[in-house]
Design a protein around this ligand. Structure first.
Ligand SMILES: [Zn+2]
Length: 228
């Protein structure tokens, strides 16, 4: 299975994003079979470079994912149910100090604020330099979108408002972003990998951080509008 444009090998499980890029480019290219590639097509460099960048990235990432045991596909339909089942644990993180203090994500963001100030998690730095801290690992942006959507039902703002002292110095929005959402992803990953206990969480956190760029590339939330 070769790329119609550069004749290099295509990934075996192309992401939805890559499939859409290919589909879009098909309209802007012409059929140009050649000895090296009977499905060859021609397009301008500016057009096909996007496709080729993406498939090279995915090929590299897929071999890494296979090596590391990261999933090549995710059951996003079943994800909401898995998140809902964590309802009581998540409420405990909000309501109970012991549960909260056992959350790696909570402790980590507190250290960050103590050492670098509240400003460090807000604004430019918070969005870019510390981006890895809020990423859901191989679940990607699409997984994060499911997590965020489901989180609000067991943890409505009326409940959060009652426990503002517990989550200080974070505000509700930051608490979701920096603690609850990545906590859910971490728990999904530890379950996926049969890890348990504090050392399992620690190991899961490593997996989550290591697989974030893979997740972001493979499972983006919204694909760029390719039909425009
Ligand atoms: Zn290519």
């Amino acid at each position: 299975n070769l790329c119609p444009y550069c004749d290099r090998k295509m990934p075996e499980n192309p992401s939805t994003k890559l499939q859409q890029l290919l589909k879009h480019l098909e309209k802007k290219s012409t059929f140009a079979p050649r000895p090296s590639n009977s499905y060859g097509r021609k397009a301008s460099l500016a057009d096909f470079s996007l496709v080729c960048q993406q498939h090279v990235l995915e090929t590299d990432m897929l071999s890494k994912a296979i090596l590391e045991g990261w999933p090549l596909s995710v059951d996003f339909d079943g994800l909401a149910t898995r998140v809902r089942q964590m309802k009581n644990d998540l409420k405990a993180i909000l309501q109970d100090e012991t549960a909260r203090n056992s959350s790696f994500l909570w402790r980590e963001v507190l250290v960050q604020i103590n050492e670098h100030g509240m400003e460090s998690i807000k604004g430019f730095a918070g969005r870019y330099e510390l981006f890895h801290m809020v990423q859901p690992g191989y679940y990607g942006e699409r997984g994060l979108a499911v997590i965020m959507e489901v989180l609000y039902s067991p943890l409505p703002s009326s409940l959060i408002e009652k426990h503002l002292d517990n989550i200080a110095p974070l505000d509700p929005q930051s608490f979701f972003k920096w603690v609850l959402a990545p906590e859910v992803a971490l728990r999904l990953i530890t379950t996926d990998r049969n890890l348990s206990g504090a050392s399992g969480m620690q190991e899961g956190l490593k997996v989550m951080r290591a697989s974030s760029s893979y997740g972001a590339a493979m499972f983006p939330d919204e694909y760029e509008d390719c039909d425009g």
